[in-house]
Design a protein around this ligand. Structure first.
Ligand code: SF4
Length: 216
């Protein structure tokens, strides 16, 4: 049995992200998009960068790609409330261009801190930018999708980015097939580690939402 970190610890990281001016993306953002999900999440998804809707709403994966991500999560018996979702960079690149290497580098420590705090069993790597950041030595999504890489006692699974599968039926089928493998990886991790419990002083998800809004 593992004890989950507290929501306050997660919100402390979120607060620093919202105030961050470490790269040029802070100039053009409406707001930073730190991430969203419960502290006891055993599964985490890391995408590329916030898009226009995410920049406006302050939450990751709220557009069409977010809807597909929800379907993927639900296809393995979970809900969006079971997964912590974030991005490689936390501020929207203007015009949805690719994040630049120095921007990814400037934002890196936030992702490292979040992973270290949440200690997820499985990390879904959504698309090539997240793959370059988390497994830079890997062969690429096309060859590598759905396979697991164990690093620091944690399972990483590269997947096609949901946005790439929106208008590509074959990629969509591949994504759903890969998610079934993720279900197996999660079950294996849970069998080894046991259930995760919330600390007694942790606040609820509803309180988390309120605190997140308040922190905006
Ligand atoms: Fe800071 Fe990351 Fe936003 Fe750049 S992208 S300003 S490093 S939070």
């Amino acid at each position: 049995m593992q004890v989950a970190p507290t929501t306050e610890e997660l919100l402390e990281i979120h607060g620093r992200i919202r105030a961050c001016v470490a790269c040029r993306l802070h100039v053009t953002r409406t707001q930073a998009v730190p991430g969203y999900g419960p502290v006891e999440a055993r599964i985490m998804a890391v995408g590329e960068a916030p898009g226009e809707k995410e920049d406006r709403q302050g939450r990751p994966f709220v557009g069409a790609a977010g809807t597909l991500l929800t379907e993927l999560v639900e296809s393995i018996g979970l809900t969006r409330r079971d997964i912590y979702i974030t991005n490689t960079v936390r501020c929207r690149p203007p015009g949805n261009r690719d994040p630049q290497p120095d921007e990814v580098e400037a934002c890196s420590h936030f992702l490292d801190e979040t992973i270290a705090l949440l200690r997820p069993d499985v990390i879904l790597i959504l698309g090539r930018h997240a793959l370059q950041r988390l497994l830079p030595e890997s062969a690429g999504i096309t060859r590598f999708h759905g396979q697991r890489v164990v690093r620091d006692d944690r399972v990483y699974v590269p997947l096609y980015h949901p946005a790439a599968a929106l208008y590509n039926g074959s990629l969509r089928e591949t994504l759903f097939a890969d998610m079934q493998r993720v279900r197996g990886y999660l079950d294996e991790a849970e069998a080894v580690r046991g259930p995760r419990v919330r600390p007694e002083h942790a606040v609820s998800q509803r309180e988390h939402d309120q605190l997140s809004l308040f922190a905006l």
